[in-house]
Design a protein around this ligand. Structure first.
Ligand code: ZN
Length: 112
């Protein structure tokens, strides 16, 4: 696995997102941190997968509240969970993540 780089407010970090752990290192430091994905990531609907993105890592470094929460204005739902867009999965065979609003998911399933 190779590192990816991330710059947060002028400070360089590098990281590897593993299946269970995020490995995070500030450039120049000898030590690195191992952070369980489930502590910071967004749980994927119907799985034990916790999704960690560069945005999540950035929030972690900044000390922002995690997991990130998403709000669906149309259905007034707030959640930290993600789901695969059922329409994209079924029609295009692509896995696009969306916030897990049950109503939105249901509407997309009806479009298939
Ligand atoms: Zn919705």
């Amino acid at each position: 696995m190779s590192y990816r780089k991330l710059n947060v407010n002028g400070v360089e970090y590098r990281y590897v997102i593993g299946k269970k752990l995020l490995k995070l290192q500030k450039m120049g430091d000898k030590k690195f941190e191992l952070i369980p994905n489930e502590k910071i990531g967004n749980q994927l609907y119907n799985t034990e997968i916790f999704v960690v993105t560069p945005g999540v890592i950035r929030d972690f470094i900044l000390g922002n509240q995690l997991p990130q929460e998403f709000h669906c204005n149309r259905h007034d739902v707030t959640t930290s969970h993600l789901a695969y867009n059922p329409f994209d999965s079924e029609i295009y065979g692509k896995h696009h993540l969306m916030m897990d609003c049950p109503e939105c998911r249901h509407n997309l399933e009806m479009d298939i």
